[in-house]
Design a binder for this molecule. Structure first.
Ligand SMILES: Cc1cc2nc3c(=O)[nH]c(=O)nc-3n(C[C@H](O)[C@H](O)[C@H](O)COP(=O)(O)OP(=O)(O)OC[C@H]3O[C@@H](n4cnc5c(N)ncnc54)[C@H](O)[C@@H]3O)c2cc1C
Length: 397
């Protein structure tokens, strides 16, 4: 594992730093910076994505012929790491750029590539992902939203849930059942649906931290042109597994930076807190908890480096990607719990309350962290993947 960077890579890092210094939204990342909400946040992130694009920092792993940068894994890792250091936001369409974009590039027609890719990287059109349903999350292949072919159109009926950004999205990439008689993985197709189509109802879901990031989406006889099918009919399951091989691992270095920052913030909170009438850092239990987080953070760091090293040597993260997901999501929850314990009675005060510690920001991140072990594959599912693909243990069912 050689972790040194070439002079050219160091110059690239300097270019990224200068871009971030000149372009980050005013005040971003500073304590007390108030994030705009709702549509105002969408417009801020749209502007941010366009600035990133202008300087060559959007769709970095996409080939140049599709408007990407053809960047190396090391350049992407440097960019992600520098963004994490200043807590910069991702582009508005980041999920689409890493998921449906590569899917269109690999399985789409030339007309689909021309129609959808430029508007995706320029943030002219926002995308949401319609995969999960009320009875199909971890077991996604059980999905029941139907799409029946009638001439040149599909007629879509059913419901999606937990659809992030659906209330702002122009397009939805979704999995639908097109053959009810086939085995469940073989009767699924991959469609792109215009969110302004008649028959679509979006109902925002309120989360426990007060935000409304995701939605229920209902489809009632929604007409979708057949040319919005990606790949062939009933091949959607295979099509949906497309991702750019090096995309996942290049995030590894930035993730370490992000959780190291939370750890440092936690130590600062402990220094400023009191327990049993004296400074919290004098308390053996607090010190042991912080030491445990630090040890876990170091374990996470070396796992990040292992994945990054595999990527730069031409490999792919495979099941080890699940180890990272499990480590960061559970470590972050434990750190957030320590923050609540340090705030003691004040942990009940929200941002609006007088006397809230650090403007109530730990309360929001504590509540938001509960979703980390659910979204993008639950902890139990990650453990199953690690058991089967990393440890080679047999399946139980
Ligand atoms: C913040 C957030 C944003 C999201 N955004 C989107 C989005 O934009 N688009 C989208 O399509 N989806 C989205 N999701 C949904 C997410 O993908 C699902 O919540 C996730 O896949 C889990 O599915 P589920 O909620 O149906 O839980 P279930 O699959 O019903 O699981 C319930 C419990 O059973 C356990 N379990 C299930 N199967 C097994 C098994 N085989 N072995 C052991 N334990 C098991 C799970 O670990 C969990 O504890 C989002 C979720 C969150 C939290």
């Amino acid at each position: 594992m050689d972790l040194s960077f070439t002079p050219e890579e160091e110059r690239y890092r300097t270019r990224v730093r200068e871009f971030l210094k000149d372009n980050l939204p005013q005040g971003w990342g500073a304590p007390g910076y108030e994030l705009p909400k709702g549509r105002a946040l969408v417009e801020l992130l749209r502007d941010w994505q366009r600035r990133l694009l202008k300087h060559g920092f959007v769709a970095m792993s996409w080939p140049k012929e599709y408007g990407g940068q053809g960047a190396s894994a090391v350049q992407m890792a440097i960019f992600n790491e520098e963004c994490a250091r200043v807590r910069a936001p991702g582009p508005l369409n980041s999920a689409a750029i890493s998921q449906v974009g590569p899917t269109i590039m690999q399985h789409g027609t030339d007309a689909q590539k021309r129609r959808f890719l430029p508007a995706m990287i320029n943030a002219d059109e926002i995308w949401c992902q319609g995969f999960s349903e009320p009875n199909a999350g971890s077991d996604l292949a059980s999905l029941r939203t139907r799409a029946e072919l009638a001439g040149d159109e599909f007629i879509v009926n059913g419901q999606k849930i937990w659809t992030s950004y659906a209330q702002y999205a122009d397009w939805c990439y979704m999995l639908v059942r097109t053959d009810t008689a086939a085995p469940k993985h073989r009767g699924i197709s991959y469609l792109m649906v215009d969110m302004k189509s008649p028959g679509i109802t979006v109902k925002p879901l309120r989360q426990m931290h007060g935000g409304q990031d995701f939605n229920e989406v209902f489809f009632d006889n929604v007409r979708v042109p057949r040319h919005n099918l990606i790949g062939t009919l009933n091949d959607g399951w295979r099509v949906s597994t497309t991702t750019l091989a090096n995309e996942r691992g290049t995030n590894a270095l930035s993730q370490y930076v992000r959780y190291e920052q939370i750890f440092n913030d936690l130590v600062r909170l402990a220094r400023a807190s009191r327990r049993h009438g004296r400074g919290a850092l004098q308390d053996a239990v607090v010190r042991q908890e912080l030491a445990r987080h630090y040890v876990d953070l170091q374990g996470f760091k070396y796992n990040c480096l292992r994945v990054f090293s595999a990527i730069t040597n031409g490999g792919s993260p495979g099941g080890e990607g699940s180890i990272l997901k499990l480590l960061w999501s559970e470590l972050n929850q434990r750190m957030q719990e320590t923050a609540m314990a340090l705030e003691a009675a004040a942990s009940q005060l929200t941002a609006e309350s007088a006397g809230a510690v650090e403007a109530g920001r730990w309360q929001v991140s504590f509540l938001r962290s509960r979703a980390h072990t659910i979204e993008a594959g639950t902890s139990e599912i990650q453990r199953n993947i690690i058991a089967q693909r990393v440890l080679g243990l047999p399946r139980t069912n």
